[in-house]
Design a protein around this ligand. Structure first.
Ligand code: G6P
Length: 363
């Protein structure tokens, strides 16, 4: 096992550091460098869906929530994202000829498989987005896209989500172009800049880890955490909270920044810190005013942000800034590193957290 960990203390940290390569591998063969064009042979045979139902569980569900933003924005396809265990018992309104996208790292999650079965019975075609080659999700799907992340051993999923986001971004661009609805400049920028993310992330990761170490020591005694984000960063806030819960057993809630004031803000006090996704995007001014509300209640804030962003909080964590939604690929590992360093500092069993399984094959 020590050899498999490649010198790292845990699989989780090894897998976090593998993400630059995971992105490259997921892009390999899917971006024609000369033409700066996305090629997805896996879904070439189908028309872009008129409506898409994404079905998934856990971290894969968060990836789906993120994918919705880009698929709706770039490909103009309405997307519903469903927790598989809800979808399967909800008698959902599905129209024949529609498409379901099942996202699953393992490809063996029982609820996701049941969701696929239901969607098939109602006449939908299935796209399986999975990591494990030949898994049940892959076998049950009409079209299969592999995420190419390599084996993920740590129970808490990290690099698999990174590869799912990469694949969803490619799908959004591909369908947007195929339908002729994506703006040409956005398409070229996204396709070109995505290829530079692996090297930017590779360079940034060591310093990000040190920052995560510092912050985890400061907050390891917190009993609860909020993770806040808006837009694309709302699903990331959910994922940041899930990672912290899973491996450090610290209670954490992921919330949409703007929804805080409708209840949860009552919990804020000096011992209830907030981890904010305050990256430099159009929604930043809104996030900033939400953070002022948190500070007014005495809450301390760690903010994931970018250099030059005007923000006055206890702890700034500045990440290198890239183009638009691609900032997600730098922010996600920061959340993972914070959870990892906290759990490791607290002496938890990082790779095998209590009560959790890598793949949940029962209901
Ligand atoms: C389990 C794992 C999670 C994972 C979820 C969905 O609960 O502990 O890390 O996100 O299953 O797994 P899947 O393989 O379907 O992506």
């Amino acid at each position: 096992q020590a050899a498999q960990k490649g010198g790292y203390k845990h699989f989780m940290i090894k897998e976090i550091f593998e993400q630059p390569k995971v992105i490259s591998d997921c892009l390999a063969g899917r971006v024609d460098q000369a033409k700066n064009e996305i090629i997805l042979p896996e879904v070439e045979g189908m028309e872009p869906p008129e409506r898409l139902h994404i079905i998934a569980c856990g971290t894969s569900y968060h990836a789906g929530l993120w994918g919705k933003y880009l698929i709706e924005q770039w490909a103009k396809i309405p997307v519903e994202v469903e927790i598989a265990s809800e979808f399967r018992y909800r008698d959902p309104l599905l129209s024949k000829g529609g498409v379901a996208l099942a996202i699953s790292q393992s490809g063996e999650t029982a609820d996701t498989l049941a969701g696929i079965k239901l969607a098939k019975e109602k006449g939908l075609s299935i796209i399986g987005l999975c990591n494990v080659v030949g898994s049940s999700v892959a076998r049950e799907s009409d079209y299969v896209m592999y995420t190419q992340a390599g084996p993920e051993i740590s129970v808490a999923s990290t690099k698999a989500m990174c590869s799912q986001l990469t694949a969803l971004l490619l799908l959004a661009l591909y369908w947007g172009k195929k339908k002729g609805v994506i703006d040409a400049a956005t398409y070229s920028r996204a396709a070109a800049d995505m290829r530079s993310i692996p090297s930017i992330l590779e360079t940034a990761l060591p310093a990000m880890r040190s920052r995560a170490q510092e912050l985890s020591r400061e907050y390891s005694e917190a009993n609860s955490f909020f993770f806040l984000g808006r837009g694309l960063y709302f699903p990331l806030a959910l994922e940041g909270a899930l990672k912290l819960k899973e491996i450090s057993y610290i209670h954490a809630e992921g919330y949409a920044s703007g929804e805080m004031k409708h209840g949860p803000i009552a919990l804020i006090d000096p011992k209830f810190p907030t981890f904010a996704m305050a990256l430099n995007d159009d929604l930043f001014p809104k996030v900033k005013s939400n953070l002022v509300e948190v500070q007014a209640r005495g809450g301390e804030i760690i903010a994931l942000t970018n250099p030059g962003v005007d923000l006055d909080v206890e702890h700034r964590w500045s990440l290198p800034e890239v183009w638009g939604p691609l900032n997600t690929f730098i922010a996600l590992p920061a959340l993972q590193l914070f959870a990892y360093e906290t759990a490791d500092y607290l002496g938890k069993d990082v790779d095998q957290p209590r009560n959790l399984a890598k793949s949940v094959t029962v209901e």
